[in-house]
Write a protein that binds this ligand. Structure first.
Ligand code: 5RP
Length: 264
């Protein structure tokens, strides 16, 4: 791996080989998502506990101070909305030149395997990977499912993750699922877990994050289950302990319980 690529990978993946990336990109198709209406406010308390941000150029420029930030994974796909015809019909929204201007450490793109726009999203990934390799900028592929959350099983996610790696993604972001080892085993590049819609209890989150890490994921890119929690700082501290300190779900829950009285 060339120096620039290796250096940028090291900015988003910490020395222990793990990472906690904080996604706040949801507005690019959902508009002012609950608890992310004002991204600056959402980010301020949790940024210190994040290793990197997954963010669009608009929110980066408007809501993150350039002298108080974290490594950036720039969301560069979009062009659809939750009220439009098909979420899968994304294109590239941001050039590699802009990613360089914003000093991004990586770029992120969604792919929609099995959708009507499978080929378009996969060719967009391949094109982005070509440009990323030219400039030494890693590409993170997101195996998106749009509104079809039921697609999140090992067979589908293993297929989508493997295709993303084959087409040049340096990192794949996918969902945790039952039999997650199948997804990890079939994917020759590191896998980061997305969170998905908020679940009922903190323990459920700690349990799936722990299971994913035990099975070989390198970390999370997990947003709503942190910043939609009533105690986001307590939540991120619990998850951080699983990612970087090998805590188990019970220990993460203890951290959450003891922190939630002190933070909001
Ligand atoms: C949206 C994304 C999000 O970054 C991803 O879904 C992670 O966030 P969450 O944990 O809230 O699901 O890619 O398309």
């Amino acid at each position: 791996m060339e120096w620039g690529m290796a250096n940028r990978m090291a900015q988003i993946i910490k020395a222990d080989g793990h990472t906690l990336i904080m996604p706040v990109d949801h507005g690019y198709f959902q508009g002012p998502t609950k608890k992310l209406e004002q991204p600056r406010k959402t980010l301020e308390p949790i940024m210190p506990y994040s290793d990197a941000l997954f963010i669009t150029r608009g929110v980066l420029r408007s809501s993150v101070d350039p002298d108080k930030t974290k490594p950036i994974v720039l969301r560069v796909s979009g062009g659809t909305s939750v009220i439009g015809k098909d979420l899968a019909n994304e294109g590239l929204t941001t050039s590699m030149e802009e990613a360089i201007r914003l000093n991004a450490s990586a770029v992120g793109i969604s792919i929609f395997v099995g959708s009507d726009y499978e080929k378009d999203s996969l060719l967009n990934l391949a094109k982005l990977a070509d440009e990323g390799e030219r400039y030494g900028i890693p590409v993170m592929a997101v195996t998106a499912v749009g509104k079809e959350l039921e697609k999140r099983d090992a067979r589908y996610l293993a297929l989508a993750s493997r295709i993303a790696a084959e087409l040049g993604a340096r990192v794949v972001k996918t969902y945790w699922c039952e039999n997650f080892a199948k997804v990890i085993t079939g994917c020759p590049v590191p896998i980061i877990m997305a969170g998905g819609p908020k679940v009922d209890t903190e323990l459920q989150v700690f349990e799936f994050v722990y299971d994913g890490m035990q099975n070989g994921a390198i970390g999370v890119n997990l947003g709503r289950n942190i910043w939609q929690n009533p105690f986001p700082v307590a939540m991120i501290k619990g998850i951080r302990a699983i990612i970087h300190k090998n805590a188990n779900p019970k220990q993460a829950q203890e951290i959450y319980d003891s922190e939630k009285g002190q933070s909001a």
